[in-house]
Design a protein. Sequence first.
Length: 78
Amino acid sequence: MPIYEFKCRACGKTFEELCRMGSNGSGVRCPVCKGKRMQRVMSRFAARSSSRGGESRSVGGSTCSACAASSCAGCKSA
């Protein structure tokens, strides 16, 4: 069962919930206000891969706290 991310339409809280595949949020309740009106949101993800030189790079999201770029390929933090 996948973990989906939901946003409560009543209080705005975003949270994760373990649900059946393809769940639209029916039956999910907000952990803060116990509301029932949820909106499923797109979750961000990050994956790591290695280039030919053995140097790690980020794919799908920034893992560097020093910049907001989508890739750390050009970032050479010391």
